[in-house]
Design a protein around this ligand. Structure first.
Ligand code: GLY
Length: 321
């Protein structure tokens, strides 16, 4: 992960609708328009993903579905070589191989995912194809790649020179790296339907074969159109052990606000793990009515919130102060 990602304090640019505002990041301030519940809405992890949100809102403003917005929005980050934790340019595993995880879910409860996918630029699109073209939910490894190639995706080298150099440096120093900044995105379209998606190259320099929380439906991402959705970023092992996104949505179903539900899931991680060093987990949630929740175990988590009127990034509150 590049330091600049967490140091990011200014928000994006004007997009074609001409409605985007720039501003410095206020601390822990929720956007007003969320309270009004305006749709369409796009919410994503990490401030630099503001460009992904711009793409997603553009699609939603053209009355396309939240599923289209999720796929096209996440594709922006997957194709960005400067993002070292998602898709092209992602940091490789311990053997120098880039392996990708992604999942997607729509408002009807349909879900698709890919795990340990290699040499395919857009795992989120393959995940969608698994969902739409097969009777399965998850494809992994060689099988996922074969499926992608059979369906028109092309094989590409995803290891950039910069990522390769980082790996070579890591091989010499074996320094622990906290690179795990998954893009997780939730969107509500003009028809009131919610979809969600996540995509990542996972933990940098992980053991070859390691799969994180992103392709596990209910871990890094879950959507229930009657209640809302949630996405996770951070060390996937902690999210998987507590099935964070599903937990958040179920707590919302029980009546907790999106914010309280995120706090509940972070507290669950805090209570159930003795060693919380060298790790972090952060959650976003969006209720059916557009109410936002954002919470992190530790400091530094930023997220992007986008509507027709604004496209801004915010800094989340956190537990371990
Ligand atoms: N959350 C991404 C990962 O741990 O793989």
């Amino acid at each position: 992960m590049k330091i600049s990602r967490r140091d990011f304090v200014k928000t994006g640019s004007i997009f074609s609708g001409g409605l985007i505002l720039n501003s410095a990041l206020p601390q822990n301030l929720f956007p007003k328009s969320l309270i009004e519940g305006k749709k369409p809405i796009v919410l994503s992890t990490w401030a630099p993903n503001i460009k992904a949100n711009e793409k997603a809102i553009e699609i939603l403003l053209n009355d396309k579905s939240s599923l289209d917005a999720i796929e096209e929005g996440i594709k922006v980050t997957e194709a960005d070589p400067n993002d070292h934790s998602v898709g092209y340019g992602g940091l490789p595993d311990a053997e120098g191989i880039v392996t990708l995880d992604a999942s997607i879910m729509d408002w009807n409860g349909n879900a698709g995912s890919v795990a340990f996918l290699q040499n395919i630029m857009h795992p989120i699109s393959v995940a969608r194809m698994v969902m739409e073209k097969t009777s399965h939910v998850m494809l992994a490894g060689e099988g996922a790649k074969k499926f992608a190639l059979q369906n028109g995706f092309k094989e590409e080298n995803l290891l950039t020179e910069e990522a390769k150099q980082s790996w070579l440096n890591w091989k010499q120093t074996q320094n622990k790296n906290e690179n795990h900044d998954t893009i997780g995105m939730l969107a509500i379209d003009n028809f009131g339907n919610m979809s969600g998606g996540v995509s990542t190259s996972g933990l940098a320099f992980k053991l070859h074969g390691r799969v994180g929380d992103s392709p596990i439906i209910g871990a890094a991402m879950f959507v229930d159109n009657e209640v809302g959705g949630a996405v996770a970023t951070g060390n996937g092992e902690f999210v998987m052990r507590t099935l964070g996104a599903f937990l958040i949505v179920e707590k919302m179903r029980e009546g907790l606000s999106s914010q309280k539900a995120c706090e509940f899931a972070i507290e669950r991680i805090y209570k159930t793990h003795k060693d919380l060093s060298n790790m972090n987990v952060s959650y976003l949630a969006l209720s059916k009515t557009g109410e936002l929740g954002a919470y992190s175990l530790k400091s530094g988590f930023t997220y992007c919130y986008t509507t027709q009127k604004e496209n801004k990034s915010y800094t989340s509150d956190f537990l371990m102060k």
